[in-house]
Design a protein around this ligand. Structure first.
Ligand SMILES: CC(=O)N[C@H](C=O)[C@@H](O)[C@H](O)[C@H](O)COP(=O)(O)O
Length: 235
């Protein structure tokens, strides 16, 4: 089962269809149409946040879904599928792969990644899990723990990596060289050329989000990148 899902993703583009409550496209219906558009455009998989969005997406496309639940807990920096409660939610809605924060940051309740992972793996031995990492060391640690896929998702988003230029091709290359299982390129890919570079770095598959599904960011990318007049600035 797991092999079959991975086979579907190999060498392809996974489109992240996410909009949080404070984003203009916050709507499960809109995310399901984004997923449909991505499928028509040639995507091999979808990454999505929340059981509501995943349910709507699954009613619309049959592509494998990497599911996450973004949730903030007081005193914790980890917000991508932080506890077993979010993992349970994602298993219930049938996400083919569940991604979770595998950085070395403070987790809810002071739990270590190792302990959390043990709990998750014992409860769901047959589910595919992806480790959202920020550094080489975190990727290696997650691979040793037994995560099924290793992603570069959080590079650039932790204190340790906030100066890193995205996409982090070096990290993709370093992880792909040593890790036997699938390494997923994710974070800051904004052009087909960068996507091609990620594959040249040896990754198994790649996730592109904002550059495809966040029109506010895309508009701003064009405005700031071209130097044309910004409609939000005073005349
Ligand atoms: C850091 C974080 O919370 N990343 C999130 C993870 O799911 C999403 O907001 C990103 O859109 C996704 O990783 C894809 O990356 P990009 O949008 O750069 O193509």
């Amino acid at each position: 089962m797991g092999e079959e899902i991975l086979h579907k993703l190999k060498g392809g583009l996974i489109v992240s269809c996410q909009a949080l409550e404070d984003e203009p496209l916050f709507s499960s219906y809109i995310m399901s149409r984004m997923a449909y558009a991505a499928k028509e455009g040639g995507a091999v998989g979808i990454r999505a946040n929340s059981s509501a969005d995943i349910k709507a997406i699954k009613e619309t496309v049959t592509l494998p879904v990497i599911g996450i639940v973004k949730k903030e807990y007081a005193g914790s920096e980890v917000y991508i599928t932080p506890t077993i409660k979010e993992v349970d939610e994602l298993v219930s809605c049938g996400a083919e792969i569940i991604a979770l924060d595998a950085t070395n940051r403070q987790r809810p309740g002071g739990e270590t990644l190792k302990d959390f992972w043990k709990e998750v793996r014992v409860k769901y031995p047959n589910q595919l899990f992806m480790a959202d990492c920020a550094t080489y060391e975190e990727g290696m640690e997650a691979s040793i723990l037994g995560f099924d896929l290793i992603g570069t998702t959080l590079s650039g988003y932790t204190r340790e990596t906030k100066e890193v230029k995205l996409p982090n091709l070096l990290l993709m290359k370093q992880l792909s060289r040593v890790i036997k299982g699938p390494v997923i390129a994710e974070g800051g890919i904004w052009s087909p050329e960068q996507l091609k570079e990620a594959f040249s770095a040896g990754v198994f598959a790649a996730v592109v989000g904002s550059a495809i599904t966040r029109p506010r960011d895309i508009t701003n990318y064009f405005v700031t990148g071209s130097g044309c007049r910004n409609g939000n600035e005073m005349r």
